[in-house]
Design a protein around this ligand. Structure first.
Ligand code: SAM
Length: 311
């Protein structure tokens, strides 16, 4: 199952070539893995796509790379050829065993068997992954919160990727868009059809590039921003006034404060603006006004709540 692949003037003998459905099935059988939808176990078949993903991340020998969910290693091996080192986290014991076998000739690969939501995340310069869709949201927020990568190239289910990067006023503009967009710049790079995976998932995938945002508006307190967005955007089609009143009621704050907050944002926001249409810049103004009320003791302080999670 080896294949010669050319990298500039280097020719490399690959352990894991493009895989057919039958080959994936027999590897899964060999390592005692029954693919689970719950664990997002759809394996990429095409080495060309794996190569495009790694090329998009511009991985060089100066990079260390974190991969979440190694599977049968098609992406891992491609990263290993270009990076200084790869740390790959894989939850399923059988797949961790497969990775150890299939990548045994690569001294620059470290396999961590465990849950990427729980294990310590190795510090790396880049993150490159075909993410298990069941943890897309949680792992993305964890990476942004706890990891210091300068660039991530990540594959998501298409529907999720569309919500990661959406413009105000569109149906996909949601609290996920805002909570991510506040912290990172997201660009869609390519679509990968469902037929490129085995077992074939129900939906297509999209590869995105994510870079930590270094410029742009920033609320005085990030936790207040995320707490507010998470509280308000359960109701993205409501007006700002209405959503504030509902959120205030939910957190035990006097509803009439909504009008005062709206007034304090005049010039940026109006009470009858629909949440779906409000830009991140204007939400920053709103979060700073909410902070003003927290400091006056009119709204409880969210403290260190992890408030940017999305469902
Ligand atoms: N990278 C491989 C590929 O492209 O073919 C596999 C990608 S598959 C979409 C996702 C992988 O993540 C599976 O191997 C699955 O077992 C693993 N996985 C699922 N949940 C995980 C978790 N919480 N932590 C680490 N790996 C996980």
């Amino acid at each position: 199952m080896n294949e010669n692949v050319h990298y500039g003037d280097r020719t490399v003998n690959m352990q894991v070539k493009s895989l057919s459905d039958n080959e994936i099935q027999s590897l899964l059988r060999k390592y005692g893995v029954r693919p689970s939808k719950k664990l997002g176990q759809s394996f990429l078949k095409s080495r060309a796509v794996a190569r495009d993903i790694v090329a998009a991340a511009d991985v060089t020998k100066d990079d260390t790379v974190l991969e979440i969910g190694g599977g049968l290693g098609i992406l891992t091996e491609e990263i290993a050829h270009r990076a200084g080192h790869v740390h790959v986290i894989e939850l399923e014991a059988g797949l961790a065993r497969a990775l150890r076998d299939l990548l045994r000739e690569h001294e620059n690969v470290t396999i961590v068997e465990g849950d990427a939501l729980v294990v310590a995340l190795p510090e790396t310069t880049k993150v490159v992954s075909n993410l298990p869709y069941s943890i897309s949201s949680e792992i993305t927020f964890r990476l942004l919160r706890e990891h210091t990568f300068n660039q991530a190239v990540l594959m998501y289910q298409k529907e999720f990727a569309l919500r990661l990067r959406a413009d105000p006023g569109t149906q996909d503009y949601s609290r996920l868009t805002i909570n991510i967009g506040y912290q990172a710049e997201v660009d869609s790079l390519m679509e990968v059809p469902a037929t490129m995976f085995f077992p074939m998932p129900e939906v297509d995938s999209v590869v995105v590039r994510m870079k930590r945002r270094t410029q742009g508006p920033r609320a005085k307190r990030d936790d207040v921003f995320h707490w507010m967005v998470t509280g308000l955007y359960s109701y993205p089609n409501k007006t700002l006034r209405k959503a504030l009143r509902i959120w205030f009621r939910n957190i035990g704050v006097e509803k009439s404060l909504a009008e005062e907050i709206v007034r304090s944002c005049l010039g940026h926001l109006k009470g009858d603006d629909r949440l779906r249409n409000i830009s991140i810049e204007d939400l920053v103004v709103l979060a700073d006004s909410i902070l003003g009320s927290i400091e006056e003791g009119n709204i409880p302080d969210p403290g260190g709540l992890r408030s940017e999670r999305v469902s």
